[in-house]
Design a protein. Structure first.
Length: 488
C-alpha cells in the first residue's frame, strides 16, 4: 500500500474544496455558528475540520471506504492484520478487547496492576477476574508487570480462563516479557490482550522495547495521544491471529463506542501513521539521544536520581524499560514527589506526568527539543535549591505487597451495583469496597469493588491524601469516608 497517502486528511481537504453545504450535525456548521470568543481560543480550523464522518467526510453508505483505507494503512505500518480506530480513548478500546474474549460470568486472567479502565470493563461486563500479582520491588515500593511464569501458572491452574490481559509498558516505562507471555497463552490456546496504552511509539524504532504485535500478542491497545501525535482520546487497537474474530472485536467496539466519532481525531491518527512511516526512525533517534543526555544531566544534580534499566530490570522485576519515561527519584531531597510536582508547576509552569510518594516523571516524545529539556533541567536545578522550604516529606504508609493484595469477596460488578452505604474511613477496615479507590496518576486502583479493605490499604490512602495524593474516582476524594457494600 502507498504509505504516503493519508485518506482521512485527503478526504477532509476534498470536502472543503468541493464546497459542501451541510444540513447535518455538527450544529456549528464548520464554525459559522460558533461564538467568536470561542473561536479566538480554539481557532477557526478546529471548527472547519469538525465534520460528520458518515454523510460528511464520506457518503451515507461509506462507499469511498475512507476510514477503512486509513485503518488498513495503519495495520500495514505496524505489522498487524487488522486495525481499528477509536475516538473514545483506550479506556474504551481495552473494554472492547476484553468483551471480545470473555463474556458475563466468564473468567479472564488479569494483572492486578491494571488501569482503572480495565476494572470498569470487569464491572460493565460482569467478567470474573483471576488476578495475577505484579512483580514488586520492596526497596523502591514500585510494581512492575506480572511475570510470564505467573500468568502461565494461572492458566494451567484455572483452565476456565478465557484469556489473559497485561499492562505493558506501565506508566513508569517498565515492560513485561511479552514474547514469553504470548507463548504461555498460546500453549493453552488462549488469546493475549496487551494494554499498551503507553507504547504507541514502540513499533517505530528498534532501540525501544518490543511491541506487542511483534511479541505475538493477539490484541494490542494503544493510546496514540499519550506517546504519539494523536489528539486526546485517540486510540488504536490492533489484532492478529485466529483466536479473536475481527468481526466480533469490531462489534464489541460498536457496542461501547460513540455513533458520532470525531473526524479531527481520525485525521490526526491518519497523519501520525504517515509521519511515523516516513520520519519515525529519525525522530526517535533524536528523542532517544535527547533522553540519554537529559538523564545524565539530571543525575548530576544533588539529591536527584534518575531511575533506569539498572534500577528496574532484573530477575523478578521488569523485563525491559522505555528510556523516554524519565523517572526521577526525589527522596534524596527529603521531599515527596507530590510536593515536587506541585512546586514545579506553580513556580516554573513545568507540568509533569506521574507524581508519587517519592518520584516524579517527565515523559519525553519525538516532539521534545533541547529547549524543552533545558527548561526542565533548569526547573529541577531550582527545585534542588528550594528543597529546604518543601521539607519534611509527609509520611505515606506504603504497604508491603501481601498487605496490598486484598481479598476479592464479591464480583466487581456485584459490589458496584449492589446495596451500598457511606461509612467514615475509620470504620472501613474489614468492609467490602463498593468503589474504586485509585491514586491518580498512574490510575492503578489500590482497592476495587468487591475487595475487603484492610488497615494497611486504608492507612495508605489516608496518609497519601494528606501528603498530596489524588484519589479522584472515590465518592469522597478527601478519603474521610468510603462507599462500602451493605452486608447482612
Amino acid at each position: 500500500m502507498d504509505q504516503s497517502q493519508a485518506p482521512v486528511l485527503e478526504a477532509l481537504a476534498a470536502y472543503h474544496a468541493n464546497g459542501h453545504t451541510a444540513f447535518t450535525p455538527p450544529g456549528h456548521k464548520q464554525g459559522r455558528g460558533a461564538d467568536e470568543r470561542v473561536v479566538r481560543v480554539l481557532g477557526e480550523d478546529v471548527f472547519r475540520a469538525d465534520v460528520l464522518a458518515t454523510g460528511g467526510l464520506d457518503d451515507r453508505l461509506t462507499s469511498r471506504g475512507i476510514l477503512q483505507h486509513a485503518q488498513q494503512l495503519m495495520a500495514e505500518a505496524v505489522g498487524a492484520e487488522h486495525t481499528f480506530f477509536s475516538t473514545c480513548g483506550s479506556s474504551l478500546s481495552v473494554k472492547a478487547a476484553m468483551l471480545a474474549v470473555a463474556g458475563p460470568h466468564e473468567h479472564l486472567a488479569v494483572g492486578r496492576d491494571a488501569h482503572k479502565s480495565v476494572v470498569a470493563g470487569l464491572i460493565v461486563a460482569g467478567i470474573r477476574p483471576l488476578w495475577v500479582d505484579p512483580q514488586w520491588d520492596p526497596g523502591l515500593h514500585l510494581a512492575h508487570p506480572p511475570s510470564a511464569e505467573a500468568f502461565a501458572k494461572m492458566l494451567a491452574d484455572r483452565p476456565e480462563a478465557r484469556g489473559a490481559l497485561i499492562t505493558s509498558p506501565t506508566p513508569y516505562g517498565t515492560c513485561a516479557d511479552l514474547t514469553a507471555l504470548a507463548e504461555a497463552c498460546h500453549e493453552h490456546d488462549r488469546p493475549l490482550i496487551v494494554d499498551e496504552a503507553w507504547g504507541a511509539h514502540l513499533p517505530f524504532h528498534q532501540a525501544l522495547p518490543t511491541w506487542a504485535m511483534d511479541a505475538g500478542a493477539d490484541v494490542c491497545v494503544t493510546s496514540v495521544h499519550k506517546m504519539g501525535s494523536g489528539l486526546e482520546q485517540s486510540s488504536v487497537f490492533h489484532l492478529q491471529g485466529h483466536r479473536i474474530d475481527p468481526a466480533v472485536l469490531k462489534q464489541r467496539e460498536d457496542l461501547l463506542g460513540t455513533t458520532s466519532p470525531s473526524v479531527l481525531i481520525y485525521a490526526a491518527l491518519d497523519g501520525w501513521r504517515r509521519q511515523m512511516i516516513q520520519h519515525g526512525h529519525a525522530l526517535y533517534d533524536h528523542a532517544l539521544g535527547l533522553a540519554a543526555g537529559l538523564r545524565e544531566r539530571i543525575e548530576q544534580l544533588d539529591g536527584l536520581h534518575v531511575n533506569g534499566r539498572d534500577d528496574f530490570c532484573a530477575p523478578h522485576l521488569a523485563e525491559d524499560f522505555d528510556p523516554l519515561q524519565v523517572i526521577i527519584d526525589v527522596s534524596g531531597l527529603g521531599i515527596s514527589g507530590y510536593r515536587a510536582g506541585d512546586w514545579l508547576r506553580s513556580h516554573h509552569q513545568v507540568d509533569l506526568h506521574v507524581c508519587d510518594h517519592r518520584r516524579i516523571s517527565a515523559q519525553l516524545t519525538h516532539a521534545d527539543t533541547p529547549a524543552t529539556t533545558d527548561r526542565l533541567l533548569a526547573a529541577l536545578g531550582e527545585l534542588v535549591e528550594a528543597a529546604g522550604q518543601l521539607r519534611p516529606a509527609a509520611d505515606v504508609d506504603v504497604p508491603d505487597p501481601h498487605q496490598l493484595r486484598l481479598e476479592q469477596v464479591l464480583l466487581p460488578r456485584d459490589a458496584f451495583f449492589g446495596p451500598t452505604e457511606q461509612v467514615p474511613i475509620g470504620k472501613a477496615e474489614g468492609r467490602i469496597a463498593a468503589e474504586m479507590l485509585t491514586p491518580y496518576p498512574p490510575g492503578i486502583p489500590a482497592a476495587l469493588p468487591g475487595e475487603r479493605l484492610n488497615d494497611a490499604v486504608v492507612a495508605y490512602l489516608r496518609s497519601g491524601v494528606k501528603a498530596g495524593m489524588l484519589v479522584p474516582d472515590a465518592s469522597d476524594p478527601s478519603m474521610d469516608s468510603v462507599r462500602v457494600v451493605v452486608e447482612d
